[in-house]
Structure formats: C-alpha cells, structure tokens
Design a protein around this ligand. Structure first.
Ligand code: CA
Length: 512
C-alpha cells in the first residue's frame, strides 16, 4: 500500500470513529462512553452560607472555593431539614417519609429494607463501593452499609460519635471526635487522630487500593463534622476565636468554623492526591451539605430565613457542586433541583439499568441534561418538605401541618404552627428570597392549588411510615458489638439511656 493510500484510509477511519463517537455521545451522553469514578462528599450541618465563595465574611474555604469554581453549581438545590432524612432521599431517589424515616432517632431513622439503595445499584453496575464516616440509616445489622450495597465500610454508629438513644440508634460508648473507635468491615478499630482526618485518610487509602484495578469506584465520604458537639482540633478553632465576637456562643462558632477549615484542608489534600494519581479528569467529585447550617447561622446565612430543622429555605437549601473535568464545563444552574435527583443522576452516569421496581421507587429526575447544558429546559416541579419529629407513638396526622412546606420554582407555601389543620403562609421567591412577606391573603388561588397538592402528597406517604411503632432492641447494636469485642457491659445509666421504652420529650431529642 502506498503511503498516500494509507493516509486516505487512515483519515476515513478517523472520520468514522469520530462519527461513531458522536452518535454514542448523542444517544447516551456520558454513560456509554465513560464510566467515571465517583467521590461523593457530604458534610454534616454545614450550611449553604458556610463557604467563603458564598459570601461568608469570616470563614475561609480556599479549597472548596476552588472546587466550586471548577464545578457545575446547582444554586437552588434542596435537601431535607435534618441528617437521616436527607441521606435516605439521596440514596433512594425519594422523599424520606416514603423510606419510613420521620426522625433522626428512635428507629425512625431506619431506611426501610424494601428500598433499593444507590450503592446497590452502582455495585450491580460494576462499581466498587465504600463508605467512610456517617451512615445514620439504621444501626442493626440488616440496616448497615454491608447489607445495603457497600463493599468497604469505615463508620461510626448512630447520628454522631458517642451518641446513644433508646433502642438501636447509638455509637460506641464514650467515643469523642478524637481517637474514636470505628467500625471497619465488621470489626472495631481503635484509632488515633481527629475524626474528619481519619475518614478522609481511610477513603484515600481505599482509593489507592482500587485505582489500578480497572474497576470504577464509588466513594461515599460523610464526615460527622461540623455537627455538634463543637469540637475542632485546637489549632483550627484558634484560627477563628478572635473573629466571632465574645458572645455566649463564640466558642461554639469558633469550633464550628475550625471543623470546616479542617474539612476544607482535607478536601484540598484529597483533590491533590487524585491529581497526583492522574485520576482527576475521569473522577466525578460531588460536594454537598446535608441540611441548613447549625452554629453558622449566628454569623452568616446567605440571606436566608432560619436554619437546620426548619422547612424555610435556610433549612433546606444546600451546596451542590459537581466536578467532572472530562465531561462537565463549570457553570451555574438555577433550576429547582433536589436530593431526590442524586440517585437517578448517578444511575444514568454509571450506565446502570434500573429494574421496574426501582424505577417506580425514584421520584427525582436525572440532572445529567443540566450538567451537560445548564440552559436545558427544566419543567416546573413541586417539592415537599416536612421536618417530622412528632412524638413517638403519636398520630402523625396531628402533625400533618407542623413545620412543612410546598415549593414550586416561584412559590413557597409554609406551615409552621399548624397541626391537624394548616396555618399556611405564602412567599413569592422571585421577589422575596428572604421569606419576609407573607402574601397568602393576596394569592388565595395559589395557596389552594399548592395546599391541594400537599394533601395528595400526605395521603401518598401515610402508608409508608413503617417505623412509627417500631420498638428497638434493649442495647444499641454498636455498643453490644463493642462489648463483645473488647469486654465490659452496660452500666445501669447506659441501660436506662438505651431503654427502648424510655419516653423522650421531642424537644430534648437532639436534632442531627
Ligand atoms: Ca446534619
């Protein structure tokens, strides 16, 4: 073959390959062409405003700001008002009440065993799966990550280090943010170091062990920080001690920001390591927070009303950064999006085939069209929020209108003080993002339309509140397993704390 003939054939072959590639891209955008590694980082109680790039006047988060600059940013992205609810919605694609989750403790944080989890879907699609940090969707063995799709588990119990509540929800007795005992693939390990450092380090080691395997990985990296108790590394808290005033909460806020400084540094280290390993371009890094801010609201709340544990925007609006250099250009997306969209998005990106039952489970929409083109038309939608947390064994119907809301892109219908009857207030977010002017009286037709939707939604979730009457075990499973491995047993005070029949006043149950 002459050289000229070879060049012509080569050019034609290249053109055909290009066309084939384009066709594939058009038919099934990212999924069919590349399966990225996925690293999902979810912080605990950081708020949308707890980021310097979002205008925080005190907190410095250079690594998160850089990640933001490189990401697709969903600017009207909403989660649930507290921890376990948000996690369940992320991992199943549906509202937490449909997962049986109406609280963060008292067996009402258990993700129903009927649900298919995202980790199960990705594992089936060929991903190696690992979780590092907080799970908080059930501490009994059947509810734990190894039974919900995770190959690798490095976690604490309950909703936070050292917690203990009646029934099943609780961690290792005596654990604190320093040197905690953590559960690694079914065996407790005594550690040395600060909790967030430990979770990031273990996730990084696991990525290193997987990176040359030829198998994509899915990392769920869920630090318990900056959740209370506000305990930062002393040097991190010291960075903020002189900047947060001298009020009664100053120490708490300094430690809260100190923990965020530490998270920011860990994110920077992890991203630098990905770069050093040549993994950056084909790893999708997603960063979110799990509910509105806690201690940060005292300093800066990005112009929003209220915080964690409420249905106001300040309770649900969250950071949502998606960086995948190979496929997504940095951009802002203003469409109304939510945690329930996370599952279908990652399922599509991973090329996972959902069976009919799982498709029926998912209420959210894939964000992939927006990730590829932020201007993609996005149909209006309705999102429902309810804080839950009504007293155990009480009739949920008595709390139907207590701390709940209905959201459309423009409107927010909110009921705070209602019970079995509503106390609706209406806000026009196109002119009032701070939710300061109740205009329900001027727009009765909007109130009626959204209220009808809320009634239909409530009727749809009622049959799925499966944990309301559950009674947990006599001992927290994490504590029981700990004593089995290391010896010892419960003190009378611990037995009282864990007593599944112990009555807890709603206000005393710490929101997590
Ligand atoms: Ca939280």
């Amino acid at each position: 073959m002459s050289l000229a003939r070879f060049i012509v054939l080569f050019q034609r072959a290249c053109a055909l390959l290009f066309l084939a590639g384009s066709a594939l891209f058009a038919a099934a955008p990212a999924a069919a062409t590349t399966r990225p590694n996925i690293i999902f980082i979810l912080t605990d109680d950081q708020g949308y405003g707890d980021l310097s790039a979002h205008g925080n006047p005190i907190l410095k988060t250079p690594h998160l700001d850089a990640l933001r600059a490189q990401s697709v940013r969903f600017n009207d992205f909403h989660v649930s008002p507290t921890c376990a609810p948000t996690r369940s919605a992320l991992y199943t694609g549906r509202h937490e009440f449909k997962n049986g989750i109406t609280h963060t403790i008292l067996e009402r944080e258990r993700l129903t065993l009927d649900a298919t989890t995202l980790a199960q879907v990705l594992k089936k699609a060929g991903y190696a799966t690992g979780i590092f940090g907080k799970w908080h969707l059930g501490d009994e063995p059947a509810y734990q990550p190894p039974a919900r799709g995770y190959d690798e588990t490095y976690i604490h119990g309950g909703g936070g280090l050292g917690q203990s509540y009646p029934g099943s929800c609780g961690d290792v007795p005596g654990n604190t943010y320093f040197n905690p005992t953590l559960l690694h693939n079914g065996t407790f390990k005594k550690t040395e170091g600060f909790c967030t450092d430990l979770f990031f380090a273990q996730a990084t080691r696991w990525i290193e062990s997987r990176k040359d395997s030829g198998q994509p990985f899915f990392v769920t990296l869920t630090p318990n920080a900056p959740h209370s108790p506000y305990t930062a590394r002393p040097a991190d808290a010291a960075l903020y001690r002189d900047k947060v005033g001298d009020g009664p909460d100053a120490a708490a806020v300094a430690n809260f920001y100190g923990m965020l400084h530490n998270i920011d540094e860990n994110v920077g280290l992890l991203l630098a390591q990905l770069e050093a390993w040549g993994l950056s371009r084909n790893t999708l890094v997603i960063f979110m927070n799990d509910n509105g801010t806690a201690a940060g609201a005292k300093i800066f709340n990005a112009g929003m009303r209220a915080q964690k544990g409420t249905p106001w925007l300040g309770g649900t609006r969250a950071i949502s950064f998606w960086r995948w250099p190979e496929h997504f250009a940095p951009a802002d997306v203003e469409a109304l999006t939510a945690h329930i969209d996370f599952f279908p998005t990652l399922a599509e990106i991973a090329g996972a085939k959902l069976d009919e039952r799982t498709r029926a489970q998912v209420e959210g929409r894939s964000l992939l069209p927006l990730l590829q083109n932020p201007k993609t038309p996005w149909d209006d939608r309705t999102l429902f929020t309810h804080v839950g947390r009504w007293p155990k064994f009480s009739d949920p119907g008595l709390a139907k209108f207590k701390n709940c809301s209905v959201r459309e892109p423009r409107w927010h219908l909110v009921s705070i003080e209602g019970g079995s009857a509503p106390a609706w207030q209406l806000f026009d977010l196109s002119t009032d993002r701070g939710e300061l002017r109740n205009i329900a009286a001027q727009h009765p037709e909007v109130v009626q339309r959204l209220a009808r939707r809320y009634d239909a939604w409530w009727d749809s979730v009622k049959p799925q509140l499966v944990n309301e009457n559950a009674v947990g075990p006599r001992l927290n499973p994490f504590a029981e397993l700990y004593w089995k491995q290391f010896g010892g047993g419960p003190t009378p005070a611990q037995l009282h704390t864990m007593d599944p029949h112990r009555k807890m006043e709603e206000g005393r149950a710490k929101k997590s």
